[in-house]
Design a protein around this ligand. Structure first.
Ligand SMILES: [Zn+2]
Length: 224
């Protein structure tokens, strides 16, 4: 299905709105990062119908909370999360529940917390973002299934969590090596960028989404 002017990026129906992908909330407002830079320039936009409008989805906001507070991010994300999350929590104390349940953890000797991710919500948001990026990049709708891997997550409650974490680390190292020769797309790469590898032999498209230079989501698309 080719992208028509104004055809929804998910279903191809007539679009009623334009939306940002990733959603605008991922890009800090100047006031949240001490006015250092405007990261809301040249954001990617795609057409969508009413039903598939990401703005309506609370899952996006949830995914943002999880991603922006990840320890591997660049410092602009830390500032963004500290100011914006604190403000949001003051407004709406229910948001504190986002990090529950959690356990104490430490990163390089610094005390922090590890929280259990609501996979359904997180992956729903990533599904939409991946399809949006695909549509933007290839000018066509991807309606196949997605296989989403998140090397930035760690397994904690799995009987074989050590083995799975090692496997994930290995995956990340190998794929990063392959990807270093591929171009990076995105006008605000510190905040969000992506890379694409498409195999003409296998028809598989691999998409790497990188948020805040530290949080990695790898997406495998093997249909059309
Ligand atoms: Zn639609």
């Amino acid at each position: 299905m080719r992208k028509e002017k104004g055809a929804c990026y998910i279903c191809g129906k007539t679009a009623t709105t334009t939306e940002h992908v990733p959603p605008k909330c991922f890009f800090p407002e100047k006031k949240d990062i001490g006015d250092v830079k405007d990261y809301r320039q040249q954001l990617i936009t795609i057409p969508s119908c009413n039903e598939h409008n990401l703005k309506k989805s609370k899952d996006d906001e949830y995914a943002w909370f999880i991603i922006v507070s990840h320890f591997q991010n660049v410092s602009v994300a830390q500032t963004h999360s500290n100011t914006k999350i604190a403000r949001a929590m003051l407004r709406n104390p229910i948001l504190e529940n986002l990090y529950k349940p959690h356990v104490p953890a430490s990163v390089d000797g610094m005390a922090t917390i590890a929280t259990i991710v609501d996979g359904k919500r997180f992956f729903n948001a990533m599904d939409h973002i991946s399809r949006g990026v695909y549509y933007h990049h290839f000018n066509t709708i991807y309606s196949g299934t997605l296989n989403i891997l998140v090397p930035s997550f760690v397994y904690m409650d799995d009987p074989d969590c050590q083995g799975k974490n090692e496997q994930m680390n290995q995956w990340e190292a190998t794929s990063s090596e392959v990807l270093q020769d591929y171009p990076i797309y995105g006008a605000n790469p510190e905040i969000f960028h992506y890379q694409v590898v498409q195999s003409s032999q296998t028809q598989i498209t691999a998409l790497r989404l990188v948020f805040y230079s530290g949080f990695i989501v790898d997406v495998c698309m093997n249909g059309s």
